[in-house]
Design a binder for this molecule. Structure first.
Ligand code: SF4
Ligand code: SF4
Length: 257
């Protein structure tokens, strides 16, 4: 997923495929099998990290330390996290085994969506996001020559993209808000930005923070909502996104007691 600008809707080397069918098939018989898992340059989004750390049964801080690198995000005001590749002669994804992907059911959004790329256009506060799909063109990928046609909806279903897209859209909204530099002049890596980094990339650390500060008791949430947020990483991430918008932007999405 990438945040896109209306003035430069189609990124370089991509073709817009909104509402068009496309031809593609990836399977273990293609000559290029697993080529796309080598030398890959991949941003990981908050929901990607949540799913991978669950799959690997790691604490989120351990996952981030072992498998990611801090990098420039989609704008200057909040960092991103990149997948850290193995340091072999030819760097490869750490989750690649000779037979294929070892985290397939929980692989990141970019791997699921490939060869497409999902673009999110932020039209303005309160406006629904505009979604676009682009076709990438990598010479090594032979899947384009295979005979199978998909519609976008079939591709989303086939790749189980629903939950990823849902959380990535919430993240895109929040990241667009971060691009307005809401850190109250505290600069990079100040206390608020560190808090936001924890919510987005270290969900287990955020859970400990919520418990330590009795955060759920400070908002009007019913028993069922509190139970779901306490017990479910996904619900906690949603709450964390809302909470950041509340404390940084004064949004009325949570009601204090
Ligand atoms: S997560 Fe899986 S599909 Fe994605 S690059 Fe790594 S091995 Fe390949
Ligand atoms: S067809 Fe494309 S997506 Fe499939 S393994 Fe080959 S390079 Fe990767």
């Amino acid at each position: 997923m990438r945040l896109i600008d209306h003035d430069q809707l189609v990124p370089p080397d991509r073709t817009l495929i909104d509402r068009k069918d496309f031809n593609f098939h990836c399977h273990s018989g293609v000559r290029c099998f697993l080529s796309c898992c080598r030398n890959v340059d991949m941003l990981l989004f908050p929901y990607d990290i949540l799913r991978l750390k669950q799959k690997l049964k790691l604490q989120s801080s351990d996952f981030v330390h072992k498998y990611t690198m801090v990098c420039e995000g989609s704008h200057l005001h909040f960092p991103g996290l990149k997948l850290r590749l193995t340091e072999d002669t030819l760097p490869v994804c750490p989750f690649l085994a000779p037979h294929g992907c070892t985290v397939y059911e929980d692989r990141p959004s970019a791997c699921r969506t490939y060869p497409l790329e999902r673009g999110v256009e932020h039209v303005g506060p309160g406006q629904p996001l505009k979604i676009h799909y682009f076709m990438t063109h990598h010479a090594y990928c032979m899947g384009h020559d295979e005979v199978r046609t998909y519609t976008l909806r079939q591709w989303e279903r086939d790749q189980k993209l629903h939950d990823y897209n849902l959380f990535n859209d919430l993240w895109a909204e929040l990241d667009a808000f971060f691009s307005t530099n809401p850190w109250a002049g505290e600069g990079k890596a100040g206390p608020y930005q560190q808090l936001a980094f924890m919510v987005c990339y270290n969900i287990d650390g955020f859970r400990a923070y919520v418990e330590r500060h009795g955060l759920l008791n400070t908002f009007r949430l019913n028993k069922d909502e509190r139970r779901r947020i306490s017990n479910c990483d996904e619900q906690l991430l949603r709450f964390g996104f809302s909470w950041l918008e509340f404390i940084l932007g004064g949004r009325k999405n949570l009601i204090p007691k």
